[in-house]
Design a protein around this ligand. Sequence first.
Ligand code: BEZ
Length: 252
Amino acid sequence: MNIKWNADKYTKDFSFVHQYGNDVAELIDCERRSTVIDLGCGNGALTHQLKSKGFNVIGVDDSEELLCIARSNYPDIDFIKADATDFAIEKAVDAVFSNAVFHWIDKEKQSSMLSCVYNTLKDNGQFVFEFGGYGNNALIHEGLKDAFQEYGYSYEMPFYFPTIGEYASLAEQAGFQVRYAALFSRPTELKGENGLRDWIDMFVKAPFHLVADPEDAESIKTLAAQNLKPVLCRKGKWFADYVRIRMKAYKP
Ligand code: BEZ
């Protein structure tokens, strides 16, 4: 996950990311004072929610910008800077939780991440997570691809959105027992009249590194938003076509 976050804007305008994560956290079935890691904790909002449920929490993230906000907002929580695909925690924990993170990790690195999580858990420890599943933002990425092509560039979708079958197999190969899995659509309202344009600015970075002319980059974003307006904007409100994959697995 190699992205430089606009941490303030992320915290202000994309709070739905952690708000939706509250539902995922409900799947954690541990006693109060159990230790739970929030993997890819970002600004720490969900780590804080987990703490409010009575868990001892540790936030892990690789973004200095987001950790800075997390530490300043929640000084009583332990936050560790580490890469999700290469981390170790001294004392085994009861659960690892993650929301909206794993699609940022390349497919080739998913197994390393799953092994790190496995090694971090106690026996019978729980692994509860949700991220972008197969078909996530398909309309948005199709729209971006068309706009890139219009300006003579090619578009490579920079995220990993697996099916349940693919991801459950990866988790099983890492040693987990998958006991619950779901893939579901979750149209998500975006903030403001430039909702989609702002979303692209916030989240779609890598493909634009290949666009040499900054004016072309701006035009591509404008064209994509314009072309997607009839399908993703209703009564002035933008909705992103999110699809979630959600799982609960155990270390046997
Ligand atoms: C997601 O949460 O599914 C997501 C957000 C931004 C970019 C890609 C996926």
